[in-house]
Write a protein of this length. Sequence first.
Length: 147
Amino acid sequence: MSRSMKYLAMAILAGTLFAVPAFAGDSFVVVVHKDNPVDSLDRKEISDLFLRVSSHFTTGGEAVPIDLGESSSTRIAFSKAVHNRSIKAVKWYWQKRRFAVGGNAPGMATSEANLLRFVATNERGIGYVSTNTDIEAFPVKIITITD
C-alpha cells in the first residue's frame, strides 16, 4: 500500500470516527417549534419525552409530544430507533402505565402535515416526520439526535 493510500485510509477512518453518529440511516427527523431553544437531544431524552417519563425539555420548558398513527411507517421506524420497542410494546407500556400511575399517551396526528401544523403552532410541541417530508412551509426546526 502506497503512502498516499495509507493517508487516505487513515483520513476515511478518522472521518467515520468523528462523523455524525449512525443516525444518518434514520428514516425520520425530530422537529420542534422554530423558537424552541433545544437544538439537540439524545435518544433516551426523546424517548423519555414521548413515554412521559420526563415532561420537560433539557432547557426546562414543558414538552408536548405528538405521535403519528400506529400504521405509519415513520412511527414504526421512530419507535424502533428511539424507544427500542415495537409499536405494540409501546401500546402495552401505555396500558400498564395508565393502570399503575395514570397518564395518557401523546396525542396522535392523522398525517405528517397535521403533525407539523401542531408543532408549528405550539411552542412546546415535539414530533417526528419522514426525512422525505417537505417541512419548509412550517415554522419548525429539525433537532439533532445524539447518543
